[in-house]
Design a protein around this ligand. Sequence first.
Ligand SMILES: [Zn+2]
Length: 105
Amino acid sequence: MTEIIGVPTVGKEIDVKRFYIPGVTVRAECPECGAVHESDLGVDYLSYPELGKPEPVYFICEDGEDHYVEFDVEVIIGLTIVLARSDEETPLNPLGITHDLSGPR
Ligand SMILES: [Zn+2]
């Protein structure tokens, strides 16, 4: 039998200094002036993120002083056993997660 045992531990640090997520961009609007800021996580990165824990993302708005755009993201790891291979390209869901193994919160 081929199986996955256990779930990633919430709060466990991913020991990666530059954790890139190619293909994913986060975008947010400045609540003060409406300027749109975005960060391509294939270029920018999270540093030593903790599984299932809030990781702060923030932008400093260049249009004004004291304009900060701040929110959190969480890294959730997915793992799937591939039982049958196919040459057919199957698009992943937007986050590339095929099975949520984040465990209880
Ligand atoms: Zn602003």
